[in-house]
Design a protein around this ligand. Structure first.
Ligand code: NAD
Length: 228
């Protein structure tokens, strides 16, 4: 039998952390060997794991990278809202470590990323584009990491410099909704993804944790994990 992937879970007391814990209990290939939350030191516990999964806060990234580099452990980073400087820290660490960094681990959203790129290629600059994202009131960052990824895809595909409009709505208990709108002369195309449960992100993160073991150093996306 294949040995379980031993995981350190960072942000274990949060909404995503609890969802990962619940799902991991039903996954015979995953063993959560350590958990950290705000105030817990990461360095002493990372050595016993094969991979660390982070669903905490952007400000934790310094300590996470330091610990992972010290013990040479792969990372799966799901946390969003990093500053440019914090993103650079992740990119630097990925020179030495394999890291999956994904603003969204769901299969559906990664298909949305693919469709957005394809639609932008087909419409070109004749159509204007905008993004709308809606999340629960407790979400700390805005716009969402997923909306930023969609904006990056549009900017890169359309080769435009200026930022795209992103509308962020915070209401109720909505897990996450993202819409990309392409508007042209006399017509409009809307691509929408609605997440019904946090389990889709947790499932993707566990899949990424199994996938990243043994990969060469580099910064990987969920599209790499899914082979999209
Ligand atoms: P949450 O606020 O419910 O949980 C975050 C947890 O991290 C809390 O328990 C908090 O105490 C802990 N924490 C804060 N700072 C920490 C630190 N320095 N070290 C260790 N733990 C720390 O938030 P959430 O809804 O679980 O989301 C967590 C992160 O994951 C957010 O950035 C969110 O945007 C992101 N997220 C990503 C995906 C994805 O698919 N990539 C999906 C959902 C949420």
């Amino acid at each position: 039998m294949k040995p379980s992937t031993r995981v350190l879970l960072i942000g274990a007391a949060g909404r995503m952390g609890k969802t990962v814990l619940d799902l991991a209990r039903t996954d015979g290939e995953i063993e959560i060997v350590a958990q950290c939350d705000l105030g817990d030191a990461i360095q002493p516990v990372i050595k016993n794991c094969d991979v660390a999964i982070d669903f905490s806060h952007a400000d934790a990234i310094d300590e996470i990278c330091r610990a992972a580099l010290h013990d040479h452990k792969p990372l799966v980073i799901g946390t969003t809202g990093h500053s440019q400087q914090q993103r650079r820290k992740i990119e630097d660490a990925a020179q030495v470590l394999p890291i999956v960094f994904a603003s969204n681990f769901s299969v559906g959203v990664n298909v949305l990323f693919w469709l957005t790129r394809k639609a932008a290629e087909l419409f070109g600059r004749d159509f204007s584009s905008q993004i709308i994202e809606t999340h629960h009131k407790m979400k700390k960052d805005a716009p969402s990491g997923t909306a930023k990824t969609l904006a990056e895809i549009l900017k890169a595909t359309l080769k435009i410099e200026n930022d795209l409009p992103i509308q962020s709505i915070r209401e109720g208990e909505i897990v996450g909704e993202h819409t990309v709108i392409f508007s042209g002369p006399g017509e409009r195309l809307e691509l929408t993804h609605r997440a019904a449960s946090r389990e889709i992100f947790a499932r993707g993160a566990l899949r990424a944790a199994k996938w990243i073991i043994g990969k060469p150093p580099g910064l990987y996306s969920m599209q790499d994990v899914l082979g999209l």
